[in-house]
Write a protein of this length. Sequence first.
Lengths: 261, 298
Amino acid sequence: MAGQTPKLNRYVFAVWRRNLLVWRRIMWASLTTNVADPLLFLFAFGYGLGAVIDQIAGLSYLAFVVPGMMAYATMFAASFETTISTYARISMQGTWNAILATPVTLTELILGEALWATTKGVFATLCVLGVGFVWGGILSPQGALIAIPVLALGAFCFACCGLAATAHAGSWDFFAYFFTFWVTPMFVFCGVFFEVTRFPWFVQLAAWLLPMTHLIAVVRPLVTATALDPVVALGHVAYLAALAVIAFWLARRRFARRVFD
Amino acid sequence: MTSIVEAEALEKRYGDVHAVRGVSFDIAAGTCIGLLGPNGAGKTTTMRMLMGLTRPSAGRVRVFGKPIAELGRSFRMRIGLVPQDDNLDPDLTVRQNLDVYGRYFGIATATLTARVPLLLEFMQLGERGDAKVMQLSGGMKRRLVIARSLIADPELIVLDEPTTGLDPQARVLIWRRVLDLKRQGKTLLLTTHYMDEAQRLCDRIIVIDAGRILDVGTPQELIARHVAGHVFEIAKPVPDGVLPDALEREDIGDAILVYTAEPSALRDRLPAEIDYIHRAANLEDVFLRLTGRRLRNE
């Protein structure tokens, strides 16, 4: 119950490591799907949209869409891990109950889960980066490398948001809402496939509330070597960090009530 | 003797449900205490409050001489929990389960490497170290959960229904190991609804029902206090006037249990055509005396 301030320590690492060990068994399947996904996307969209769209924001469609897909991959992986997978660990496998009977505190458990989801988010984005690179869709490999820590922060933010949602989930049905009203909007409104500026102002406003828009606003210029104001970039990063902190706090508060009361 | 656990007027409410209604008891170091009660009696909730896993609505808990709130994480190092549900990691091997769990206690790799085989041996799982948990039988899973609870060499071991749902062989093996732990000087808290288990393993028994303690004592004390030495289990229908009014009895549906200190006197009164079993009173009778009425009224 103690340990209000999240700190990185061996207990957090123990939780992270447990998830890694379980995942290692399905690592090759995971690698296959994470690589096949962007391949299918790029193939289909490359032929479909790429043929229609000559240039977008001064870039080839391929160069435009790869950073968007990198952000999407990290968002989806981190969100899925902290909702469906975490909820299975809580409700079906009793993993959380087992861990909470040990010296690991709830805060450390939540942080361990968030960091594990971040790891999976980074893994997913690296798969897209690899595919995009081979396909010729990465204009600036150096920029892409700089983008990875930003994507990791994004993954952490999505993980905390997912945990905050899971903390409120009463049953599996709850996650249908989560995916329809959180994941899907970030897929379609936040600039993965085209610029946010094409939407009417009120949609744009809503899009800028979602963390995905901020993540793409930093990642795309980095990966495509286009202009990026460092101050603006810092603002986006700060937004992601702030949302992560708020979501983590909400998740912790709600889980504490569910676990201990 | 020093008390390892002191519970004082513990209460727990979940909304309108009053799961535990003022429970107080002590657990002396090196003893085995049984929390005995039917399903829903409040055993698990009480146990969770003692471990700081559930916040009490009222009352106090002291563990190792201090209130839980002052103990931080250190006291968890000294308690091993065997939960009611097998919450092992089904995707990991037997050995990995112990290794992963040990790291939650911050145990160093070298220590774990040395300790894990010993624990597997102790719980007779030595051959199954590399088996997946899903491949284990119910009894083996249970033994693994017990091995897991011992990973940090705890002083207090809390066993929540350790043998529920197991076959007799598996139960006997677990009882032997629990008695071994007692001999090693561990303090044990056991919840169960099996009377034979409580009678075999526990020095003291707390009978709990509907969130209240009904009585506390050694198995012998409880038997002496609540049931006369002998029990006649008499099949229904029992003709009127056969049973002396002075004798205590309990209706258990298709039979009546009659308690008496003088078995021959009662035997002489029973008509030849009546079907009955005569046996020594045991904890089960105590339990029925203490909680039976409630069951009947439901």
